[in-house]
Design a protein around this ligand. Structure first.
Ligand SMILES: Nc1nc2c(ncn2[C@@H]2O[C@H](COP(=O)(O)OP(=O)(O)OP(=O)(O)O)[C@@H](O)[C@H]2O)c(=O)[nH]1
Ligand SMILES: [Mg+2]
Length: 689
């Protein structure tokens, strides 16, 4: 095997959706691909390096695919990689609780790649359901290694890797398949016409040859695109097809027979391999959870409880953190004074950079660190597709795709992730609608701002009553965001993105026991590290720049004065002020630094009192003329304004169009401007401002 020398072997992970491919991938590579209990999380090819037990392989995580006859965009990505990606070996991951479903793909992959290992994952779940899988019997039937694993808990991985090692050592020539002579002849003919450097697997070619026109067009296009040489290929294909016809082998008929044969084989294969209890009790829980009468109130209740837990937990955590961080600030100030450091240095480093950082960590981080794991728990349990099911009707009414509710849910974590997730929607029109409206959902970076404002301005009483009230308010705010998403989706499909909603199937995966410990540790750590990293990279420099703006004078006034001076009329028109608007602009790289910037701007401009706690901050804001109306408008604008820079870049990458990206920026901004202007005008008329 000269050509793979000096190159790491490439192992592809294929399999039906939601069987644990990404979980396995993360285990093998130590990476953090998105996992969760719903169908269609992985939408693109991800690569990682596996160095377990002295091996050095490139592992590729593929989107889920039921078969190689791709029906959706992600399935096509997986199929293309399996056919042309040049993998040295393939691991086909199956779900032990419904093995026969996965075997269809196994049989197809075996047609392409003899160096295949079958990984029967979710063995723990199968055992819990009383299902026994005899992996050795299956291995004997298939003629390739079959290994049982529990990727969720990292069990069986060593055996899996050894099996992969074993098949990699096999020479592929030893496994060349035999066909009917006419097919072999036709195959040779096409092979001869193809450029030698094109890696077209023999078996795939034979199967395709037996199929209709479509797949061939695809191959030709591919050849034209990748190496720009198609001369002779169409002729060879035509001649080969003629030869087959002469021999009485009709393409379409044979390929249908092939498929039904594969299905039959799948059923046949599990006989004697899988043993399951006679009757599997179906839970009636799903009928309740997805019924409109009970499902919707339950969904709202779940949302409310998650938000309540976030709020009350964050309160406590934030209290401890801010106390500690501002204690450190006092010590820093004392140290600067003791060293005789000039005022400007203390101002820039301590009051500028350090304080902004402390704010992000002390006030913004706790809600994220609580909301995110809770959300991930629900996701791992399998609740997200149930939400999608409940919201489906509303999205259909908005003439959008019901799968948009899944990307909407992703938006709660991060809008950029939600935008990428839109790839699960097949119709380009509906995908664009989902993509353009994703930033209406407050992400993890904006949720803490909303929480802080609600806590400061609308929840007087401390304790249980207060946090329940805050949770209700926050739930209402989020419902507003969802309603606006519906409204805007409808508007888009009535104007620039006109069309009928497409039909699709939404699969409800089984409930799975979430891996609580792991989720908590990983998502808290990942989140904390991510936010800390971002705070250091963005918040501290922003704080520093802000401090400079507030202290460097131009024409007798500080730069900050000029900026806010120019923005002030617009800010006031929108129910806010110049400082708040400037903060929204400066927080473009990361939404979580919006409030800290407001604080910095006010503090550096005037006298400073106690700001280490939310009540201190409230007093500070009130002293700057903030009223309840200001808070409402700021919250509205926080919900609806331009997406953060990461989301904008992601939109540009996903749409490949400056026009659509611009619309994705303008749309939420326009909504925010209109809502704020109206609320501010009404509020002022009512004498609330
Ligand atoms: N109990 C149990 N759960 C598992 C196991 N492997 C994965 N899971 C869970 O199954 C769900 C799906 O796992 P993923 O790794 O996201 O599945 P995937 O195959 O990559 O899914 P797609 O990318 O959507 O095709 C997640 O909630 C995992 O936590 C396992 O061996 N046992
Ligand atoms: Mg995946």
């Amino acid at each position: 095997m000269r050509e793979t020398e000096g190159r790491r072997p490439v192992i592809a992970l294929a399999g039906s959706p939601n069987v644990g491919k990404s979980t396995l991938f993360n285990r093998l590579t130590g990476m953090r691909q998105h996992t969760g209990n719903w169908i269609g999380k992985t939408v693109a090819v991800a690569r990682g390096r596996c160095t377990r037990g002295g091996r050095d392989w490139t592992v590729v995580d593929l989107p889920g695919a039921y078969s190689l006859q791709a029906k959706s965009a992600e399935e096509a990505v997986a199929r293309d990689f399996l056919c042309f990606g040049g993998a040295d070996g393939v691991v086909v991951v199956c779900d032990a609780t419904c093995l026969e479903r996965g075997l269809h793909l196994v049989l197809q992959v075996l047609e392409l790649q003899p160096r295949t290992v079958v990984c029967v994952n979710l063995m723990d779940e199968a055992r819990r359901k009383g299902i026994e899988v005899d992996v050795d019997a299956l291995s004997r039937k298939l003629g390739v290694p079959v290994v049982g694993t529990d990727a969720g808990h990292g069990k069986g991985l060593e055996a899996l890797l050894s099996a992969v090692e074993e098949v990699l050592a096999k020479a592929p020539e030893a496994m060349t398949p035999r066909y009917l002579p006419p097919i072999e002849e036709a195959l040779a003919q096409v092979r001869a016409a193809l450029p030698a450097e094109v890696p077209v697997p023999e078996r795939w070619l034979s199967v395709r040859l037996l199929e209709g026109e479509g797949p061939w067009k695809e191959l030709e296009e591919r050849l034209g695109r990748d190496i720009r040489r198609t001369d002779g290929v169409p002729e060879a294909v035509a001649a080969a097809r003629d030869r087959l016809a002469e021999a009485g082998i009709e393409g379409r008929l044979l390929s249908e027979r092939l498929v039904s044969c594969l299905v039959w084989q799948g059923e046949e294969l599990v006989r004697g391999v899988v043993e399951q209890p006679e009757t599997r009790p179906r839970s009636g829980g799903d009928r309740l959870l997805t019924s409109r009468a009970l499902g919707v109130p339950l969904m709202l209740l779940t949302l409310g409880v998650v938000l309540w837990l976030t709020l009350s937990g964050a309160n406590i955590l934030s209290g401890w953190l801010t106390a500690g961080l501002f204690w450190i600030e006092d010590r820093l100030t004392a140290a600067f004074a003791a060293l005789g450091a000039p005022d400007w240095l203390h101002g820039a480093l301590v009051l500028g950079a350090y304080r902004t950082l402390a704010w992000v960590v002390g006030v913004m981080l706790p809600p994220m660190a609580i909301f995110f794991p809770l959300f991930t728990l629900l996701e791992d349990l399998g609740y997200l597709p149930r939400v999608a099911f409940l919201l489906d009707h509303a999205f259909q009414k908005a003439r959008a795709c019901g799968k948009q509710s899944l990307t909407l849910c992703m938006g709660f974590g991060c809008n950029a992730a939600g935008v990428v997730g839109c790839r699960i929607i097949d119709s380009p029109r509906e995908r664009l609608i989902a993509l353009l409206t994703n930033s209406f959902i407050p992400c993890n970076g904006r949720l803490p701002t909303l929480i802080a404002l609600i806590t400061m301005f609308f929840v007087g009483a401390e304790g249980m009553g207060g946090s329940v009230r805050a949770a209700l308010l926050l739930t209402a705010v989020i419902l507003l965001a969802v309603l606006v998403t519906f409204g805007m989706s409808r508007l888009l499909s009535a104007t620039v993105l006109r069309g009928e909603p497409s039909a699709y199937t939404l699969e409800l995966p089984p409930y799975r026991r979430p891996r609580v410990g792991q989720i908590l540790i990983r998502s808290v750590l990942d989140r904390t590290l991510f936010v800390l990293g971002r705070a250091a990279a963005v918040a501290a420099p922003a704080g520093l720049i802000l401090w400079l703006c507030a202290n460097v004078e131009v024409e007798g006034q500080t730069i900050l004065f000029w900026i806010t001076h120019y923005l002030d009329p617009l800010g006031r028109f929108l129910g806010m002020d110049g400082v708040i608007l400037a903060a929204f602009l400066l927080a473009l790289p990361a939404n979580e630094i919006m409030l800290p910037i407001v604080l910095m701007a006010y503090v550096s401009g005037g006298s400073l009192t106690e700001v280490g706690s939310l009540s201190g901050f409230h007093a500070q804001l009130a002293a700057q003329g903030w009223t309840g109306l200001t808070a409402v408008c700021t919250m509205l604008f926080c919900l609806f304004h331009w997406p953060c820079s990461t989301t904008c870049l992601t939109m540009a990458k996903e749409t490949g169009s400056a026009k659509w990206t611009a619309l994705g920026v303008v749309l939420p901004t326009a909504v925010g401007v209109v809502l704020c202007a109206v609320v501010a005008a009404v509020g002022r008329a009512l004498g609330l401002g």
